[in-house]
Design a protein around this ligand. Structure first.
Ligand code: FAD
Length: 383
């Protein structure tokens, strides 16, 4: 059997897992190529810690070029075209042919049609979290707005975690009495995909820390001259420090490819992550997976990771003539840091019918330490 090439687009959560797993399962006659524009992979769940100065960027980043040591070919560059008809990927002038393709390109950030959003601070990227840390150290009090600008967005718990950690941070700086902290979201309650009971638990956590919560508020624009948020229903709200999630969309190269038909994200088989194209799979944030409740599977690393394991095993099974029946069952879990060295922990079965079954365990020291352990494990295991 001639050697096969598996091309993996994106060296984020899904991509590094697929590449590592395939490299272990396939012998060296087969090529595993990983492509990313960014040579640094960083651990996004720690961005809220970077915002507070508890982590530095270099501590939570790893060099993808180091994967060559394991026999993974890493190509650094902008993927400019996904040519499904000719089974090749274009990275600038380079043409990379493939036998199997795994698309794990995540989500692209922008401002959508929300005027003025570009000037908001964000902890949704590493650079954003680093910049926000500096801004916070200059901040001496006022109105802090944490705004979910639009849905879908990565990690539905992260904005709430950010708000709870900011409360803790301001208390430590003895500034809390001078800070009004408010979360705005277009959603009816926090984490709607997890159900009303979990949403109410999160609202209780916010209320217990005097963090105001404004649901069903769709941001229309930001008036940066007057420091005011303008919402779709015409109401306005002043702010002194604006922290927002960016508008998420499928990366441009995906939007330009045949992978997107009419939708906004890549449709896949929810168990095998196969697209409608032969030997082409998509995993993680770039996909859209509808759930029985009518909502979508959240964009979270835990799912990108589990999907990556399934896809890698099935591709290796097919190449080697082994088992190819691995399926992704929709299970996932996530930490919700709350400050005071504590975190909550949500676990769920998202493919359950008629709606996902999710439970949120109350904040405890255990989950906070579990998250620290997971961060260490992640950065060691895949690099
Ligand atoms: C603040 C924050 C906290 C989070 N916390 C959690 C958490 O606690 N638990 C959890 O499960 N998830 C969490 N997430 C979400 C998690 O990070 C994402 O869901 C996960 O990274 C998705 O993996 P992915 O492989 O789909 O995409 P990504 O990890 O985003 O990887 C995509 C990669 O593709 C590359 N790329 C894109 N376009 C191109 C191109 N044209 N050319 C070359 N390269 C390209 C990018 O550079 C990137 O490296 C958090 C996210 C944020 C922002």
């Amino acid at each position: 059997m001639a050697g096969k090439t598996v091309a993996i687009l994106g060296g984020g959560v899904g991509g590094v897992v697929v590449a590592n797993r395939l490299r272990k399962l396939l012998n060296r006659e087969h090529r595993v190529v990983l492509i990313d524009r960014n040579v640094w992979h960083s651990f996004a769940p720690s961005y809220t810690w970077v915002m507070l100065g508890w982590r530095r960027g270099n501590r939570i980043s790893r060099d993808l070029r180091g994967l060559a040591r394991k026999g993974i070919d890493f190509v650094a560059g902008e993927i400019t075209a996904i040519d499904l008809a000719n089974k090749r990927v274009e990275v600038g002038e380079q043409r990379i042919p493939y036998d199997y393709l795994v698309v794990s390109l995540g989500a692209q950030y922008g401002t959508g049609n929300i005027n003025g959003l570009g000037q908001a601070w964000t902890f949704y990227s590493l650079e954003g979290a680093e910049g926000l840390h500096e801004e916070l150290s200059r901040f001496q009090g006022g109105r802090v707005a944490v705004v979910i600008s639009s849905a879908p967005y990565r990690c539905p718990a992260a904005p709430y975690e950010g708000a709870l950690l900011l409360d803790y941070y301001f208390r430590n700086r003895r500034l809390r009495e001078d800070v009004e902290l408010r979360v705005f979201t277009p959603e009816p309650f926090p984490l709607p995909v997890a159900g009303k009971a979990v949403g109410e638990q999160v609202m209780e956590l916010l209320a217990g820390r005097e963090i105001w919560f404004s649901p069903e508020m769709q941001l229309r624009s930001v008036d940066n001259q007057k420091n005011r948020l303008v919402f779709a229903d015409g109401t306005e709200s002043p702010f002194d420090l604006l922290i927002a999630t960016p508008v998420h969309s499928a990366p441009q190269v995906v939007r330009q490819s045949a992978l997107l038909d009419k939708g906004q994200w890549v449709p896949v088989n929810r168990e095998t992550l196969a697209t409608e194209f032969e030997n082409v799979f998509a995993i993680g944030d770039v996909t859209a997976i509808p759930l029985a409740s009518g909502l979508m599977l959240p964009k979270a690393g835990v799912f990108a990771h589990a999907e990556a394991e399934v896809v890698a095993r099935n591709i290796a099974g097919e190449i080697k003539g082994g088992k190819t029946e691995w399926v992704f069952g929709g299970q996932g879990a996530c930490f919700l840091e709350t400050g005071y060295h504590k975190a909550g922990y949500a676990t769920g079965h998202f493919y359950a019918e008629p709606a996902p079954k999710v439970a949120l365990r109350q904040p405890s020291f255990l989950w906070h330490w579990a998250k620290i352990g997971f961060e260490k494990l992640w950065l060691r295991r895949w690099f």
